[in-house]
Design a protein around this ligand. Structure first.
Ligand code: ZN
Length: 371
């Protein structure tokens, strides 16, 4: 039979104590029976509810009904009871929460002796790896690294590099332009940079000679993808400007770089070429790394160099004096050279890859071989 608060007929201290003891016994046994949150809410409401809760009844039936001379003692006792009931209700809640989190701990226990989940380690992409190798060759020569935006203005990509206004490189067949630029003057129109050379202009604008920088980065051409073309590829360009820089310095630097990249037995040769931003300009060829420059391999002509013994690899030249005019350098006092190489082209040679698309397809089976 559940405990109910009954009226006091006797307000003596002894009778009051008996009634209190009975109430506390009921409180303890009901608290002990609480085993979940729903139980606890019922328990809390039974004892603390403003309407018909046990404490409210105690207040009404014991305190309010007490004769005047007993009111003080009964009041003190009821106040004590009130805190005892509140404490017990709270302690019961704590016990229940403790019970819950203990069982949670058991169910969510981590067995540290189980074997872990191995995440495969990533590796540098062969293009990035090659780009870093090229950059480090030039860093070791004292070059610093500069980067620039991939979306450029016509000014930095063409005009300041001495491309005349009607140069065919601006043709949309070669260059990818940002749409909706027609209302702007030509030099402000935005495009995806077709080479990293704009970084050289940006560098010379903010730095006086001597300048020695390499500019690695992604470039874009309006080329349909095939085994040897990609609309996205990477370049590393270099620029050295100082007093008394000659073509000999250019030859020595690139010969050293090619030997550092492909091995000390590699030879270089320079062929006259043309670029708007260099004069004179040259294409650099290296002796074929597949046939050792002989032009024959395994008893037949070498496929890689078309039996010539040479592979064309990069472009270079002495910076055209017109370019210095755009960056306020005095072309009578300084001179310099520039060079640029395609990173994929070098990676293809270094790793014997036969299709440039493999670098961009994201096929892990291909990429894993470089891990
Ligand atoms: Zn060859």
């Amino acid at each position: 039979m559940a405990y109910t608060v009954s009226k006091l007929t006797d307000y003596s201290a002894a009778a009051l104590e008996r009634a209190v003891a009975k109430l506390l016994a009921a409180l303890e046994s009901e608290a002990g029976a609480v085993s979940n949150e729903a139980d606890w809410k019922v328990f809390r409401d039974r004892w603390l509810a403003r309407k018909n809760g046990v404490l409210t009844l105690v207040n009404d039936l014991w305190l309010k009904a007490a004769p005047k001379d007993a009111k003080r003692d009964v009041g003190q006792r009821v106040n004590q009871l009130k805190s005892q009931v509140e404490e017990t209700v709270e302690a019961t809640r704590q016990r229940m929460l403790g019970g819950t989190s203990a069982s949670k701990l058991t169910s969510e226990r981590i067995d540290i002796t189980l074997p872990g989940i191995r995440r495969p380690l990533g590796a540098e992409h062969p293009v990035i790896k090659t780009m870093n190798e090229i950059v480090s060759v030039f860093r070791n020569l004292g070059y610093s690294v500069e980067e620039g935006p991939e979306i450029e203005t016509d000014y930095y990509n063409f005009e300041a590099l001495n491309f005349p206004p009607n140069h065919p490189a601006r043709d949309t067949q070669d260059t990818i332009f940002i749409a909706g630029q027609e209302s702007k003057p030509l030099r402000d129109r935005l495009l995806l940079r077709t080479h990293t050379s704009p970084v050289q202009i940006r560098t010379m604008e903010k730095q006086r000679p001597p300048v020695r920088v390499v500019c690695p980065g992604k470039v874009h051409r309006n080329d349909a993808p095939d085994a040897t073309h990609s609309p996205i590829f990477h370049q590393v360009e270099g620029l050295a400007v100082d007093t008394n820089i000659t073509f000999c310095d250019l030859k020595g630097t690139l010969d050293h770089a090619m030997k550092a990249l492909f091995g000390s037995s590699v030879k270089t040769r320079f062929y006259p070429s043309f670029f708007p931003f260099t004069e004179p300009s040259a294409d650099v060829q290296i002796s074929c790394i597949f046939c050792g420059g002989k032009g024959t391999r395994d008893g037949g002509p070498c496929r890689n160099c078309k039996a010539s013994g040479w592979i064309e690899l990069l472009g270079c030249g002495m910076v055209d004096p017109n370019v210095y005019g755009f960056v306020d350098y005095d072309s009578r006092k300084i001179s310099g050279f520039a060079f640029g190489m395609g990173v994929e082209r070098i990676a293809i040679l270094k790793y014997g890859v036969d299709d440039i698309q493999l670098f961009f397809n994201g096929d892990v089976r291909f990429l894993e071989q470089f891990g």
